[in-house]
Design a protein around this ligand. Structure first.
Ligand code: ARG
Length: 461
């Protein structure tokens, strides 16, 4: 294929070099952004009297036709092209003749590719934010249904204190809300136009970069033309924000896997989102959650990969930077897939409230409340903590030797009194799990009124 940059050399590159150099298979997904950018560029050139109105009309009509033909399948993007920018320019000139060659006036592929990837990421940020919002909506529905679903909260994966399932799931809602905020924040730095920086030094033509940026609905222009074509920090930032989303999804995946195991049985995933085993007939595996957890490696890897590609690169453009797109596109696709799987998985998940309550009753998770009871009766927290621990120890020792299982709820008042004279019959009400949950009214805590405010907070976003 003949090269648009033939001149300095005869451009007779080897087949191997052509294949190695080509990025079109990856960057063809930016065809829309490339055409959108070119249309704005031509409009600017004409407004600044660099090309005529008639040339503008011809080129824009040609570009619009190319867009239409790609979208309706009439025009196939040639996988042998060097990249999407070359493909579109070549196709344009083939279609409208020599006037097409004016399109690349006062720009370079360096600022063009920087623009295209910014426009593409801008679009993807909005789509991913929408998916995150949908996920939060599902979380709110689950929380609303489970305000009174008592479960054990964990630290060190050991039963810790009573919480509600609503409180638990809303904690992820808060994380996903911050993920949205992170995307909104980096959007401000993405939506700045590099076009007009040209190769690196700007141009001698009297262009209007701000006008072109305005046509593209961008919020400003890169102030320094070398920076405009050299840095990909916004891609690193995006890859990092996607990695954080992936981390959140992965932690939730891990808990979904644990909670749906036979041993826990707190939740049950819909059959539609689980798989069986090829040999063990009893199996129902949470493959989707496992895959989301596994794909985190890929998303983190892409972030590291981009950082390493950029490390030590001299200014301005270097071909190394072509690698950025394959990596960020992979993170984008992975995160979108994971979010969509999660929306469906949470939406169809069954919550086993009875089992969670039963299990919550066996872990002495109201031991802190027992200590608080004594504090209410005038003991210091440290003394109360010690007594409460001794009582738990008594029950554990007893349970090792007997069939009857002692809990703080069924322990005889006379035994309580052996540990402290302060114990009265009202202790049972005090350490009842429901009371424990209701009493945790400190801001952000697990009480139903707090849950209502947390739902309100999430709904506001
Ligand atoms: N395909 C290239 C990329 O993605 C486009 C920019 C090429 N610029 C150049 N000076 N060769 O980075």
């Amino acid at each position: 294929m003949s090269k648009l940059w033939k001149g300095r050399t005869d451009a007779k590159t080897s087949k191997l070099a052509d294949e190695f150099n080509s990025s079109v298979k990856v960057d063809k997904r930016m065809y829309k952004e490339d055409i959108e950018g070119s249309i704005a560029h031509v409009a600017m050139l004409s407004r600044c009297n660099i090309i005529t109105k008639n040339d503008e009309k011809l080129i824009i009509a040609g570009l619009k036709k190319i867009l239409l033909d790609i979208e309706n399948g009439k025009l196939k993007i040639n996988d042998k092209s060097e990249d999407i920018h070359m493909f579109i320019e070549e196709t344009l000139t083939k279609k409208i003749g020599n006037v097409g060659k004016k399109l690349h006036t006062a720009r370079s592929r360096n600022d063009q590719v920087a623009l295209d990837i910014r426009l593409n990421i801008r679009k993807e940020i909005i789509l991913i934010k929408k998916d995150l919002k949908k996920l939060i909506d599902v979380i709110i529905i689950i929380a609303n249904k489970n305000k009174n679903t008592i479960m054990s909260g964990f630290t060190h994966l050991q039963k810790a204190q009573p919480i509600t399932f609503a409180h638990y799931i809303l904690s992820y809602g808060m994380m996903f809300k911050r993920d949205i905020e992170r995307l909104s924040d980096l959007y401000k730095r993405v939506n700045i136009s590099p076009i007009g920086a040209c190769a690196l030094a700007g141009t001698t033509y009297k262009t209007d970069r701000k006008y072109e940026a305005k046509l593209l609905k961008m919020d400003g222009v890169c102030e320094n033309s070398i920076d405009a074509v050299s840095d990909r920090d916004f891609i690193v930032e995006f890859a990092s924000a996607l990695s954080i989303i992936s981390m959140h999804l992965s932690r939730l995946s891990e808990e979904i896997i644990i909670f749906s195991s036979n041993e826990f049985n707190y939740i049950e995933l819909s059959d539609a989102l689980t798989t069986g085993s090829s040999i063990m007939p009893q199996k129902k595996n949470s493959d989707m959650a496992e895959l989301v957890r596994g794909k985190t490696g890929r998303v983190y890897g892409n972030l590291m990969n981009i950082l390493i590609v950029l490390k030590g690169l001299p200014l301005a453009y270097n071909k190394d930077m072509q690698e950025d797109k394959e990596l960020i596109f992979d993170s984008i696709d992975t995160i979108k897939n994971c979010l969509n799987i999660f929306i469906e998985m949470l939406d169809t998940m069954k919550i086993n409230a009875k089992r969670m309550l039963e299990d919550a009753k066996t872990g002495f998770i109201n031991a802190t409340d027992l200590a608080d009871y004594l504090v209410n009766k005038g003991l210091t927290f440290r003394d109360a903590y010690k007594i409460s621990g001794q009582i738990v120890n008594y029950c554990i020792k007893y349970n090792e030797k007997n069939t009857k299982i002692l809990t703080l709820e069924n322990l005889d008042i006379d035994i309580y009194k052996k540990y402290s004279k302060c114990f009265e019959k009202d202790v049972y009400k005090f350490i009842d799990l429901e009371t424990c949950v209701k009493r945790r009214g400190s801001y952000g805590g697990t009480s139903p009124s707090n849950i209502a405010s947390q739902i309100k907070f999430l709904k506001k976003q």
